[in-house]
Write a protein that binds this ligand. Structure first.
Ligand SMILES: O=C(O)CCC(=O)C(=O)O
Ligand SMILES: [Fe+2]
Length: 280
């Protein structure tokens, strides 16, 4: 498909340097600084929304579904801590990813992701110096689908930022909720406020539903966030586009198996060559 039909280039002329694009980038940067979150509303055209929804519907049978229990830190239980410590509060999570290799290179999702100027635009918005596409053939551009259930419970991301494209909302629920910058890079975990968020009594929580066609940039390593539980028969669809700090990075074999249900030769070849796995 032609990206010019899918991306709202009047508002976000990613393929054309100039004043309009500079203004957009500056606005996104300001939002990110203020809130750790920026919503680029109406990033897709109506045709783009319809095409991505169609692609999500078609690819849904290929989703790899997992169910587990997780705390906000994706760590093991620590019986030495008090029972109500955030570390010990586990929530149900159900998750389904359609792996990247299930999407045609000429389909809607890849046509948006591969649009000229798209990567540079995102990099400029995020002001990231080291910025590469995730090189994992299962994971660089995926669709996350959620059916009625617990959503994605409160957590901190293991990666520095997320780039998501809203495709379809659930009938009820599925809002994005977050407490900006609730912990910091200096090891201040702020467990008291984290507990209040988990209890539903924090005043720091912001809440919104993205609309189909919105692009969201979010810094989630220090901002506790969740996708609220959802109900109804319509699935929630978001596309997740992944970038990392280093070239040639792929998931560990364990992670690929867990998230996508498969391991490719590239995961095994690269295993052991990396120092960490900072990608969710
Ligand atoms: O589905 C979303 O909107 C965001 C999910 C999320 O928090 C994540 O993938 O880390
Ligand atoms: Fe997250």
């Amino acid at each position: 498909m032609d990206y010019r039909d899918l991306i709202n280039l009047k508002r976000y002329p990613v393929d054309q340097y100039g004043e309009v694009l500079d203004d957009r980038i500056a606005a996104v940067q300001a939002e990110l600084t203020q809130d750790r979150c920026a919503v680029l509303s109406g990033f897709l055209t109506e045709e783009g929304i319809a095409a991505l929804k169609e692609e999500a519907d078609q690819s849904a049978p290929h989703a790899h579904c997992t169910f587990n229990q997780t705390n906000s830190y994706f760590t093991e239980d620590d019986p030495n801590l008090p029972k109500d410590h955030p570390n010990r509060r586990f929530y149900d999570r159900s998750n389904a990813f359609v792996p990247a290799d299930k999407f045609h290179t000429t389909g809607a999702l890849r046509s948006v992701f591969d649009a000229p100027g798209f990567d540079a635009f995102i990099q400029n918005c995020l002001q990231e110096k080291h910025f590469f596409r995730y090189a994992d053939p299962l994971a660089d551009a995926i669709i996350n689908l959620a059916e009625a259930g617990p959503g994605f419970p409160w957590h901190f991301d293991t990666n520095n930022y997320n780039v998501t494209l809203a495709i379809q909302n659930a009938e009820i629920g599925g809002e994005f909720e977050y407490a900006p910058a609730i912990r910091d890079a200096n090891g201040n975990e702020n467990f008291d406020e984290v507990s209040r968020v988990l209890d539903g009594t924090s005043e720091k929580v912001k809440r919104f539903n993205l609309q189909p066609g919105d692009l969201q940039l979010f810094r989630g390593r220090y901002s506790l966030h969740r996708v609220a539980p959802l109900t109804g028969s319509r699935r929630r669809y978001v596309a997740i586009l992944s970038y990392v700090e280093w070239p040639n990075m792929v998931a560990t074999p364990e992670r690929a198996k867990q998230l996508y249900g498969r391991v490719l030769p590239i995961h095994l070849e690269r295993a052991g060559l990396r120092s960490d796995t900072l990608i969710d």
